[in-house]
Design a protein around this ligand. Sequence first.
Ligand SMILES: [Zn+2]
Length: 357
Amino acid sequence: MVHMITEHFTKAKSMVFPREVLAGHGVMSSAGDICVSLGLGEKALLVTGGRTSSIAGRRVKRLLERKSIEVRMERTGAATEANLDKLFASASSFSPDMVIGVGGGSKIDLAKMTARRCGASFVSIPTSASHDGISSPVASIKRDGVSCSLDGVMPMAILADTEVISRAPYRMLAAGCADVLSNSTALRDWEIAAEAGREGMSTTAYVLSRYAGESIMRDAGRIRRYDETSTWLAVRPIIASGLAMGVAGSSRPASGSEHLFSHALDSLRAGNAMHGEQCGVGAILMTARQGRDWKPIAAALKKLGCPTTARGLGASDEQIVEALLRARDMRERYTVLDRKPLTRRSALALARRTGVI
Ligand SMILES: [Zn+2]
């Protein structure tokens, strides 16, 4: 028997994907061809760093110019609002069709936000892979010393050249792996938010993010220093994790309470660790708070050579406890910290139980 449809169907969803994702040996040499084949235009603002311009920025500039694309190269620094303003001023006087980020995470984030502000296409050419922002529409920009998560644009193309990335300091790749290793914590927090009726889930984004986290977990023992095969193993899940955010339309699939903990450490100016390293330790703590087994995460972090303790992050025991208490208020995001709020006493016990302090 056929039932009559009495209500109109009203669901709608949008997913944003890049049009080209190239990962592997020597893919940077395709930069000019890709921009032409995607019809990205004739003027490119190339955002790079001091060191990364000699590693890759100048090479990409030549590749584009060979295809008759006019290039303005801007060397910039950290991902701060002041540097973003300078880049936007340059973009305003140049009117680029595309903004190309060539460098580490901060250059990619600045390029992503500049593209968003001036309405240009964005191309991501990472020279290191220290977090999953190399392939996501979300950018982390520092305002008054505190990192803010902002909506940028999804890259039209991602060119992750393993030959180039494998030459970056190993600590960066390990931090990128730790960032993605924390996805299982973020995904459990997403489920907790859904169970509380706070948010809907996207199965596609969930599965993509889980695949990324599980790949790093599986291969953590095979990732070696300055080895292109290892870079290949690491960079694909790092890219997949960023794509999951594009599918979900938010950082939700890859950012939960463990990221809130990292933001809290930033706000305390505690330690000197990288984003991914902080999220890795956050994943140990928050997985335990979720009532799940945190030991496989700690073991994988150790295999990668990432910190698992306060001392490893360069933070004091008191700063870890303070960050645990502050984490819940870092942004509007329902997590295990809302379901089971921490007190000073329970935060101290959590940090001790997991061996973080
Ligand atoms: Zn992250």
